[in-house]
Design a protein around this ligand. Structure first.
Ligand SMILES: [Zn+2]
Length: 58
């Protein structure tokens, strides 16, 4: 499910305030700066540090 572009424009990582990218295939929002991954539930990004998981460095 695509996320509204206007919503994408205002979303930032609550941990570091970096930009987040939507990984549609995996239904995740990934912070480009700190790598935290936020779940997307019913098309709504859950931008909460408590809900985030740390991505593995690649
Ligand atoms: Zn971040």
């Amino acid at each position: 499910m695509a996320i509204d572009e206007r919503l994408m424009d205002i979303l930032v990582c609550p941990s570091c305030h970096g930009r987040v990218e939507h990984k549609e295939r995996r239904n995740l929002m990934v912070c480009a700066s700190c790598g935290l991954r936020y779940p997307v539930r019913d098309g709504i990004p859950v931008m909460l540090v408590e809900e985030a998981t740390q991505g593995r460095p690649s």
